[in-house]
Design a protein around this ligand. Structure first.
Ligand SMILES: *Cc1c(COP(=O)(O)O)cnc(C)c1O
Length: 370
C-alpha cells in the first residue's frame, strides 16, 4: 500500500538541505544566538514580503497575538471578538492578556468569521476583533474593517495559517492594525522549531511589542515595563530566511492541488469550501465536510491516506473554557462544523496523482454506506 502522508516535512526539507545546512553553520560559527543579524534581516525580509513597514520576531504565534493585545493596552474588563471555530490559541491569547474572548460565529460556507455576526456581538466593553484567516483563506476584511472603524475597535489579524494569502491584492498581515504569524513547523512558512512574528504599519505599536517581547527592555538591563521573554532565535530566523524565497512557489503548488480537489470532488455528499471573490487563499489546510465522518476517516486511513480534523472541539467546548462557556452565547455553527469537517492531505510534498488517489478513495467512502 502506498501511503499518502497528510504532511511530509522531510521531503520539503530534503529539497533545500544544503541551504539549511549552510544556515546552521553560519549561525553556529557566529556564536550569536539571540537578537542578532539573522533576526534583523528576517524581520526586514518578512515585513517587505507582507507589504508593511514593521516586523518583530517573537517566540511563537500565540505570543504574537498576546503581545499585540498587550501593546494595544487591552486587558481585564475588555472584550475581544474571536471566531467560535478557530484554533484555541486565538482565544488563549485574549485570556492571557486578561481580557474576555467573545465568540462570533463563522459563515458555514467559508468557515471564516461572519461580519454581520460581529456587529451583533459588540458591547460597550468590546475593544478589538481578531479575524482568523482560517485554513489559509483571508477573512472578509473590507466589512470587518468598516465595522471596526465605525465602532472604534482595533483589528488584529490572526494570520498563522495564511502566509502569502491575498485579499483584494493585499497580503494577509497588511489588512488590519497589526497581524500575528506563527512559524510552527507545519505552517506554510515553518521554522525547524517554534517561532512567530508580529507585523504592522504602526511604528509606535511595533516599538511597544518589541519592548514587551524582550523583558520590557529597550536598553540592556533597563526594564521600563513588566515584559516577557518571547524572541525569535537566530537559528530559526536563518532557516526562515532560506525558506521565505520558496513560499510563493510552495503556495502556488498548493493552489494547483486544490484546483484538482475541486475538479474531482463535485459530489453532493461532499461539502467543499467556498472562496470569496476578493480572496486568494494559500490553502494551509484543505477542509471538506462529510456525513458519517468517523466511517469515512477510517476508510481513508485504512487505505493509507493521512487525514485529520481541524478542529474536533470548538474552544468554548474545551476544558479550558468550561467555566466561561456557561455565560456564552451558544455557537451552533461551530458545533456543526466540528462534527463533520475533514482535512485532506495537502502540501508541497504532494503530487496531483496523489490528490487523484485521495479523491477516488474519498468518493468511494462517501458512496458506500454502512
Ligand atoms: C498555529 C496557530 C496559532 C498559534 O501558533 P503557535 O506558533 O503554535 O503558537 C494561532 N492561531 C492559529 C489560527 C494557528 O493555526
Amino acid at each position: 500500500m502506498n501511503t499518502i502522508h497528510f504532511l511530509d516535512l522531510a521531503t520539503t526539507h530534503d529539497s533545500i538541505r544544503q541551504e539549511l545546512d549552510a544556515a546552521y553553520q553560519r549561525v553556529m560559527h557566529s556564536s550569536r544566538f539571540i537578537l542578532g543579524e539573522e533576526v534583523a534581516a528576517f524581520e526586514r525580509e518578512f515585513s517587505a514580503y507582507c507589504g508593511v513597514g514593521q516586523c518583530i520576531g517573537v517566540g511563537n504565534g500565540l505570543d504574537a497575538i498576546h503581545l499585540v493585545l498587550r501593546a494595544l493596552g487591552i486587558g481585564p474588563g475588555d472584550e475581544v471578538l474571536v471566531p467560535s471555530n478557530t484554533y484555541i490559541a486565538t482565544w488563549l491569547a485574549v485570556s492571557q492578556a486578561g481580557a474576555t474572548p467573545v465568540p462570533v460565529e463563522p459563515l458555514a460556507s467559508t468557515h471564516n468569521i461572519d461580519p454581520q455576526a460581529i456587529e451583533r456581538a459588540i458591547t460597550p466593553r468590546t475593544r478589538a476583533i481578531i479575524p482568523v484567516h482560517l485554513y489559509g483563506q483571508p477573512a472578509d476584511m473590507a466589512p470587518i474593517c468598516e465595522i471596526a472603524r465605525r465602532r472604534g475597535l482595533k483589528v488584529v489579524e490572526d494570520a498563522a495559517q495564511a502566509h502569502g494569502a491575498l485579499y483584494d491584492g493585499q497580503r494577509a498581515g497588511s489588512l488590519g492594525d497589526a497581524a500575528a504569524f506563527s512559524f510552527y513547523p507545519g505552517k506554510n512558512l515553518g521554522a525547524l522549531g517554534d517561532g512567530g512574528a508580529v507585523v504592522t504599519r504602526d511604528e509606535a505599536l511595533a516599538k511597544r511589542v518589541r519592548t514587551l517581547a524582550n523583558y520590557g527592555s529597550k536598553v540592556k538591563y533597563v526594564h521600563d515595563v513588566s515584559g516577557y521573554n518571547s524572541r525569535l532565535d537566530e537559528l530559526q530566523a536563518a532557516f526562515l530566511r532560506v525558506k521565505l524565497p520558496y513560499l510563493d512557489e510552495w503556495n502556488a503548488h498548493r493552489r494547483v492541488l486544490v484546483d484538482r480537489y475541486f475538479a474531482r470532488l463535485r459530489d453532493e455528499a461532499i461539502g467543499l469550501p467556498v472562496v470569496i471573490g476578493k480572496a486568494s487563499p494559500v490553502w494551509h489546510l484543505f477542509v471538506v465536510r462529510v456525513q458519517e465522518r468517523a466511517r469515512v476517516m477510517r476508510y481513508l486511513q485504512e487505505s493509507g491516506v493521512g487525514v485529520q480534523i481541524h478542529y474536533p472541539i470548538p474552544p468554548m467546548r474545551s476544558g479550558a473554557y468550561q467555566e466561561q462557556c456557561r455565560t456564552m452565547q451558544p455557537c451552533a455553527i461551530a458545533d456543526a462544523l466540528s462534527d463533520d469537517v475533514l482535512s485532506l492531505p495537502i502540501g508541497p510534498h504532494l503530487s496531483v496523482a496523489q490528490v487523484d488517489s485521495v479523491c477516488e478513495l474519498l468518493l468511494e467512502a462517501v458512496r458506500s454506506t454502512g
